[in-house]
Write a protein that binds this ligand. Structure first.
Ligand SMILES: Cc1cc2nc3c(=O)[nH]c(=O)nc-3n(C[C@H](O)[C@H](O)[C@H](O)COP(=O)(O)O)c2cc1C
Length: 410
């Protein structure tokens, strides 16, 4: 069996002196059974002709956003691929992708897709060491893009240094890793909650918390990229839903409860990453904005909001349930209590408050507690990387609560 049989790869070739290496790479990918479509940048065509790639791939090279018969090549091409590989990848491409610039076919298609992306940089050593470029590499890695390290050796400038396009073996190994991890949640339907809720005091004031939704959105992105179907029920945030994720917007805890209850029978996995308000005003004090001088000191009476996770846990049929516990102290004990009390498969515990708070941060440092008694520490890393680790752990316990029909394939 050829290792890449039935795999569809979109190969982006950019304007590096290493563009000729993309020709042999294409031959290797084809020899391993992959179906490869090539997109070239204008600069790449100065180095190698499209004809070479057309003959070797068996498909026309697409190089223009505006001349494709489908009319939408930037959407069609990634949809028809399992993975996007840019080799060689210039400094210019790295920067454009990190900054979200969309000014030609290759840069635009990268922004439309949730498919895994691998970049194989090739450039002069001085370019690779530029602080601006290093920053872009970090940004892309934090977003889940695989940016390979260039190799060291003789460079086109005659100098010796780091900047050569990574070798075929490194590229193939990254490709295999991304392709095999990629679909491990195929067949699963994720219902994920994210963000804060707002409990109205009057039409302009509310009780809420500092959650930005980043952790829940990162899990939604990881789940969809790993083959799951995802509905994200989100309280008010500044974030855009990841590509391929259906978003349902809610404001209050009650609305979140309704939205999740409605979809719960459909789901195979529920992940409650939202920071739902535990309390709400017993009744909004007024349906008009309370003026400063109208308030004469009466206390704001609070009541408990619905305990969404406990309520859904009581209704579960086949779903696996993952809760989050945001605690300021004694985090593991509180997390363990929650796991037991709500009969969850897994609890992700993070610390909130203080300088290392999870709220609003780009990174997180969590403990995962499983119903089998394991405690796994995921050290501080980007929320997107933490999201993948959480899904790995959930995959590992293989969540017997999920019906076998939907068990993740390995
Ligand atoms: C002979 C030559 C070789 C080049 N090699 C590289 C390279 O290896 N890496 C790189 O980042 N840029 C290289 N450049 C510069 C890029 O071609 C230039 O930044 C271009 O705008 C990249 O366009 P693209 O990213 O749209 O393909 C080279 C330029 C020339 C003239």
């Amino acid at each position: 069996m050829m290792p890449l049989a039935h795999r569809r790869i979109l190969l982006g070739v950019t304007g590096s002196i290493a563009a000729y290496k993309a020709v042999t790479l294409l031959r290797t990918l084809r020899a391993q059974g992959a179906d490869v479509r090539v997109v070239m940048t204008s600069a790449a065509k100065r180095f190698v002709t499209p004809l070479t790639f057309e003959v070797l791939s068996g498909h026309p090279v697409v190089d223009n956003l505006f001349s494709d018969p489908s009319g939408l090549p930037h959407i069609r091409l990634p949809e028809e691929a399992d993975l996007i590989l840019i080799a060689p990848c210039t400094a210019n491409r790295l920067a454009k992708y990190a900054l979200g610039i969309a000014d030609d076919l290759l840069s635009t298609l990268l922004l439309t897709t949730a498919r895994p992306v691998i970049l194989a940089p090739a450039m002069d050593g001085a370019m690779w060491r530029q602080p601006a470029l290093m920053h872009h590499v970090e940004t892309l890695r934090a977003r889940g893009v695989t940016v390979l390290d260039p190799e060291s050796g003789p460079l086109a400038s005659g100098q010796w240094g780091e900047g050569r396009m990574p070798g075929e073996e490194a590229i193939l190994s990254a490709l295999r890793a991304r392709l095999s991890a990629q679909r491990d949640w195929q067949g699963h339907r994720f219902l994920i909650s994210a963000g804060p809720t707002r409990e109205a005091i009057d039409p302009v004031r509310f009780l809420s918390n500092g959650s930005t939704g980043k952790m829940g959105y990162a899990i939604a992105e990881a789940a969809v990229q790993r083959g799951g179907e995802v509905v994200l029920v989100s309280g008010p945030t500044e974030l855009l839903p990841p590509a391929g994720v259906e978003q349902v917007s809610v404001v209050s805890a009650e609305e979140m409860y309704q939205a999740l209850s409605l979809r719960f029978p459909w789901a195979t996995v529920l992940i409650m990453a939202a920071a739902v308000s535990d309390f709400r005003p017993r009744k909004p004090l007024s349906d008009r904005k309370i003026k400063k001088d109208q308030w004469n000191g009466e206390p704001l009476e609070l009541e408990r909001t619905p305990d969404i996770l406990a309520a859904l846990s009581a209704q579960r049929t086949h779903q696996c349930l993952v809760g989050f516990a945001a605690e300021t102290e004694d985090v593991l004990r509180h997390g363990h209590d929650k796991l037991m009390r709500k009969r969850l498969d897994m609890v992700v515990v993070n610390r909130v408050g203080g300088s290392e708070s999870a709220f609003g941060s780009e990174t997180n440092d969590v403990f995962v507690l499983t119903k089998h008694g394991a405690t796994v520490h995921i050290p501080r890393s980007s929320k997107r990387a933490v999201a993948d680790r959480i899904l790995d752990e959930l995959h590992r316990i293989n969540a017997p609560a999920c019906t076998s029909e939907f068990l993740p394939s390995s």
